[in-house]
Design a binder for this molecule. Structure first.
Ligand code: NI
Length: 169
């Protein structure tokens, strides 16, 4: 099932998402739906709050279907180590048609649980490290625009307000 993507302005995006404690068939189905919804929206990462579900689940595929082994499920993820800085253009399915340079750690280690509840750690750099940080932020009610200057953030918010008024958001 393809879920519609929740956009900036919906309070579910600002909430601290709830810890996952049950690893069952329902969770597996939700994760399949999250991948399907992410690919349909042409994204490389999706957090559950972005489909209106306030639970600590994210899916990532920075290769966008090219490498089946690149599909990654993060349940209850935490960033446990960060190194270096790197600024790169970043977007978000919940803030469509906007992009900004965002400075983040170049290398990041995530600790998370998989579909079965098994805890694992994974270290990545560049785009995947950025995805770890971006998606984990979502589960803490944080969007990438919180990492840019107030000036740029206000500009984006103003443009979104206009789009909302025009019925285009
Ligand atoms: Ni996002």
């Amino acid at each position: 099932m393809i879920y519609p993507i929740v956009k900036f302005g919906n309070p579910v995006l600002d909430k601290l998402a709830e810890q996952v404690t049950v690893f069952d068939e329902e969770l597996k189905k939700l994760i399949d739906d999250m991948f399907e919804s992410m690919y349909a929206a042409r994204g490389v990462g999706l957090a559950a709050p972005q489909i209106g579900i306030s639970r600590r689940i994210a899916v990532i595929d920075v290769t966008f279907k090219e490498d089946p082994d690149a599909k990654l499920v993060l349940i209850n993820p935490e960033i446990i180590h960060k190194e270096g800085r790197h600024s790169q253009s970043e977007g978000c399915l919940s803030i469509p048609d906007f992009r900004e340079n965002v400075s983040r750690a170049k290398v990041a280690t995530v600790r998370a649980q998989d579909l079965t509840g098994q805890v694992f750690e994974k270290t990545a750099d560049d785009l995947l490290a950025r995805a770890f940080q971006h998606e984990t932020d979502h589960l803490n009610g944080k969007l990438y625009i919180s990492h840019i200057s107030a000036l740029k953030r206000d500009l984006i918010k103003r443009k979104i307000r206009k789009l909302v008024k025009a019925g285009e958001w």
